[in-house]
Design a protein around this ligand. Structure first.
Ligand SMILES: NC(=O)c1ccc[n+]([C@@H]2O[C@H](COP(=O)([O-])OP(=O)(O)OC[C@H]3O[C@@H](n4cnc5c(N)ncnc54)[C@H](OP(=O)(O)O)[C@@H]3O)[C@@H](O)[C@H]2O)c1
Length: 320
């Protein structure tokens, strides 16, 4: 069992306790506040707790860390973890800038620790099924992807780092990155930016709503990411057929369905996938990569490529 420590009592650390891990065990939690670390440890039965992230990194009984901090802190704590000899499972987005990602990857490579970015959607059977449909040619050459992930940030009532430019906030970093990563997940070429329109929070703050057109090979993607409405779906249109998947990008442990339409003989079908906890599968996969010395499918260069695409979108955008 790979022994994992968590840096920060983040909301997103909670689902890792929702089902048993097979290859990892969460042995420590650290917080900027000792009492918060103790409360989190009590709630989830974690053996050790620390009142600082550095104290956790100094513990030789920890093999790897999970870092669910605000994006502005990802580079600093990934680099510190690597220097402490801990493997790193890092929450998305890897960092607010590609220069930061380059520094992080260099630190992990030079200390020979494994680095993996946490894209939990990759660990859901429904998306693997869609990838198989695409790669197996069932849909024919893909002509378009419509990918939208938006939520109403007012309803979140916390995590205000998402609206803070100095913390690496913004809808593209928080949600748009999934669409960019989804192209890589499907094995498609790194996209170029055709057009981007961005609204800023309060007129001059973080990007709070973005509508982007990307070209990846001969496929166009319409990517929408925003903090002011509710959308969570993708549709893929191929020359032979199309699929529509709604509500399954988020980590909620509920059944998910793929609706498919194949143009030949006008076949329509719906396949339902049972509820599964993608976070636990992700942590187990990370631990297995450490045990077996294999590199994660998401790849270090994938993290860098994603952030470069987001930077290109922001450079090319029309701000309204
Ligand atoms: N994969 C997913 O499904 C998913 C979903 C949501 C979020 N995320 C990602 O996970 C990360 C955390 O998101 P979250 O929603 O879980 O955030 P969150 O609940 O606000 O947790 C962030 C944690 O960071 C620590 N922290 C350290 N310095 C901080 C500062 N200056 N301001 C705020 N917090 C600070 C805090 O822990 P202590 O106070 O204990 O030190 C806090 O609990 C982000 O990178 C986000 O993009 C991923």
């Amino acid at each position: 069992m790979v022994r994992i420590g968590i840096l920060g009592t983040a909301a997103i650390a909670r689902p890792f306790f929702g089902a048993p891990l097979r290859h990892a065990t969460i042995t420590a939690i650290a917080s900027r506040s000792s009492s918060q670390a103790a409360a989190f440890a009590r709630e989830f039965g974690i053996p050790a707790h620390f009142g600082s992230y550095d104290a956790l990194l100094a513990d030789p009984a920890i093999d790897a860390v999970y870092i669910p901090l605000p994006p502005s802190l990802h580079a600093e704590w990934t680099i510190r973890a690597a220097r402490a000899g801990k493997h790193v499972l890092l929450e998305k987005p890897a960092a607010p800038s590609s220069a930061d990602v380059e520094r992080m990857l260099e630190a992990c490579a030079s200390t020979r620790v494994l680095y993996m970015e946490a894209f939990m959607y990759r660990f859901k059977a429904i998306h693997r099924h869609v990838r198989d449909l695409v790669n197996g040619g069932t849909l024919g050459p893909l002509r378009f992807i419509d990918f939208s992930w938006c939520f109403n940030i007012e309803a979140l009532k916390r995590s205000l780092f998402r609206l803070d430019p100095s913390h690496g906030g913004g809808a593209l970093n928080d949600l748009g990155i999934y669409g960019v990563d989804f192209l890589r997940y499907l094995g498609m070429p790194v996209p170029t930016v055709v057009h981007a329109t961005i609204e800023r929070h309060g007129g001059d703050g973080v990007d709070s709503f973005a509508h982007v057109v990307l070209r990846s090979g001969s496929t166009l993607m319409a990517l929408t990411a925003g903090f002011s409405c509710d959308a969570n779906y993708y549709a893929l249109g191929g020359e032979k057929g199309s699929v529509y998947v709604s509500g399954s990008l988020a980590g909620r442990v509920v059944p998910n369905a793929v609706q498919m339409h194949l143009f030949e003989n006008d076949q329509r079908s719906e396949e339902v996938f049972p509820a599964e906890n993608p976070y636990v599968a992700e942590m187990d996969y990370f631990a297995r990569c450490i045990e077996e010395g294999t590199r994660p499918e998401s790849s270090e260069q994938g993290s860098l490529s994603n952030i470069r695409v987001l930077e290109e979108i922001k450079r090319a955008a029309v701000y309204v």
